[in-house]
Design a protein around this ligand. Structure first.
Ligand code: SF4
Length: 215
């Protein structure tokens, strides 16, 4: 990110945090991914179980999965079973019953609405019901003006990039834009819009980081 973009985010962050807190989220802003990772590590107890949603932000931006394992925490991460579909699905289902579900989101609006798009459904399901606690991490690049921009971002930016990363056989991999396809390998069938903290989650932490993380 440019220094000017970071400065702009510092000016916007208080309003975003205030909006999130009004919606009953536990909201935090950190300048760096390293600070966010330290905060997450200190927020999780050694005897807790953690589910990790599909997220480039968490793995490439934070490196938090390894850090939590080093701490002795039990981590259920379906990305580690990429070659074993049965185990992958089992891990996704286990994520619904963890103490803490850790994930990212596709977009966050200035007035504190969170938007997530998903293919399998595990990420959106575990974000709004199942775990006792949820921790969401979002880079500054995920912040948008309003709900329309958030939905547009998830469908026309994040999803095609994810499809390209995963080498799916979908139209967006060929064209770079969403064609609202009915491909068997469609990556984006479920859209979750969170207008406030889900009642089923005891504590929902949103961490905004002043860096570009994921896409
Ligand atoms: S609907 Fe199809 S074309 Fe559009 S982003 Fe999803 S997978 Fe790609």
């Amino acid at each position: 990110m440019l220094d000017l973009e970071k400065e702009r985010m510092r000016k916007r962050a208080p309003k975003i945090l205030e909006s999130l807190k009004k919606k009953k989220y536990d909201a935090h802003f950190f300048e760096t991914a390293a600070q966010a990772a330290e905060f997450i590590k200190s927020s999780v107890k050694q005897d807790e179980t953690i589910g990790v949603g599909g997220s480039v932000t968490l793995r490439q931006g934070l490196g938090i999965v390894e850090a939590l394992r080093e701490k002795g925490v039990t981590v259920y991460d379906h990305w580690e079973a990429a070659e074993d579909p049965a185990r992958r699905l089992e891990l996704k289902r286990m994520q619904r019953a963890v103490d803490v579900f850790l994930t990212s989101i596709n977009a966050i609006t200035l007035d504190g609405v969170l938007v997530n798009l998903d293919g399998g459904g595990n990420r959106v399901a575990s974000t709004c019901s199942g775990p006792k606690r949820v921790i969401v991490v979002a880079g500054a690049n995920k912040v948008v003006e309003d709900l329309d921009a958030a939905v547009h971002r998830t469908r026309n930016h994040a999803s095609p990039l994810n499809a390209i990363r995963l080498r799916r056989e979908t139209p967006c991999v060929e064209t770079g834009t969403c064609n609202d396809c009915s491909s068997p390998q469609r990556i984006c069938g479920m859209l979750l819009i969170m207008f406030q903290k889900p009642g089923d989650i005891d504590k929902f932490t949103v961490i905004l980081v002043n860096e570009q993380m994921g896409y």
